[in-house]
Design a protein around this ligand. Sequence first.
Ligand SMILES: Cc1cc2nc3c(=O)[nH]c(=O)nc-3n(C[C@H](O)[C@H](O)[C@H](O)COP(=O)(O)OP(=O)(O)OC[C@H]3O[C@@H](n4cnc5c(N)ncnc54)[C@H](O)[C@@H]3O)c2cc1C
Length: 401
Amino acid sequence: MDLRFTPEEAAFRQEVRDFIKSALPADIRDRMKLGHAPRKEDTVRWQRILNQKGWATYSWPKEHGGPGWSAIQRMIFLEENLMAPAPELLSFNITMLGPVLIQFGTDAQKSRFLPRLANLDDWFCQGFSEPGAGSDLASLKTAAKLDGDHYVVNGSKIWTSTAHNADWCFLLVRTDPNARKRQEGISFLLVDMKTPGITVRPIISIDGSHHLNEVFFDDVKVPVNMRVHQENKGWDVAKFLLGNERTGIARLGKSKERLRAAVDMAKQVNQNGRPLINDQTFRQRVAQLEVDIKALEITQYRVVSAYDKAKGAGKPDPLSSVLKVRGSELQQYTTELTVDVAGPMATPIWAQELAALNEPDDMLEAASAGTGSYLFLRAASIYGGTNEIQKNILTKAVLGL
Ligand SMILES: Cc1cc2nc3c(=O)[nH]c(=O)nc-3n(C[C@H](O)[C@H](O)[C@H](O)COP(=O)(O)OP(=O)(O)OC[C@H]3O[C@@H](n4cnc5c(N)ncnc54)[C@H](O)[C@@H]3O)c2cc1C
């Protein structure tokens, strides 16, 4: 395979870069440049701008409003968006539920939800994991009992990212507790978060942020027409969705952007009386990260374009587990680098002292946001399927062990 981009692909990258540069609101870009996570309003505002351009639905088929891009173009777009740095599209809407509805939804579900997913008029969250059902998702217990034209849902979910921001939740429930195989008694429902009986309780993570939640369902009524695909066939939907979840999960653009920011900071930070950027050991560490990022980038383009050509969309590609494992490791290594460069500025107590000594505010803010990312991204090797589970997949499906 030729590992160079074609002139058309290079021109496409320039077009995407130019558009993002001109259309991304300055206040959002400034916050993101300092390393902050986007606010809910930032994500909504940016996704709507991209939707107007026809790019929010970057991975959907053309007949459902997608731009008709190749796999390589999709990767270029994701990378440029992260490097801008701009907020990511809401993956629950775009990479997860949208393709699910296109594949399994009724006409009524498609026409009601697809435009709203694209424009982020409805913010969805993912209600899969439960206490005792994470890696072993098929052991989930939240129950839905059919009662006339609706289901009655009882149980609880955990680690539900952004449930407190969400208008809707896509939920895995057990509809047949007596099924022969655990996977056969599960259904996939769309639940309006305003329905009586739903309680969202925050989980504050180690970085001090509120991203995660527990969600409790107490006699929650869900109309039958909000079930996607057949009753007890929700596991097929979940497998399809989890395959798509790993698309772009390497978040290489983000690692590149973090590395760039750490190098910028290293030009301003002094160590032993000279800028850290001149330190030989530091330069080697940066060079190694650049090499690792480049290697994964090439792997990513190879995996994604081979998958696209094989028209395997829908079935998870076991090789995407490599992207998940390595991509999450690189996210962790680059945030470790940021914290090391920031040194004393990385801890809030020292940051206050340093502010009094007139260290630049921007650098202190970036250092503190960097510490937050470092702490939060310990979870990158857990969410989206833990790295141990990805390695199990690789040993079985790829190495044949
Ligand atoms: C930040 C964050 C955001 C999340 N967001 C969501 C969300 O929005 N929606 C949602 O539904 N879930 C979400 N999750 C949950 C996530 O999917 C689960 O945490 C994950 O699947 C692991 O499940 P668990 O936490 O129950 O751990 P367990 O499955 O109990 O695993 C515990 C440990 O055992 C290891 N392990 C388990 N089984 C095996 C095995 N067979 N072989 C080898 N090792 C094994 C795991 O790798 C892990 O190290 C989120 C999690 C985090 C941390």
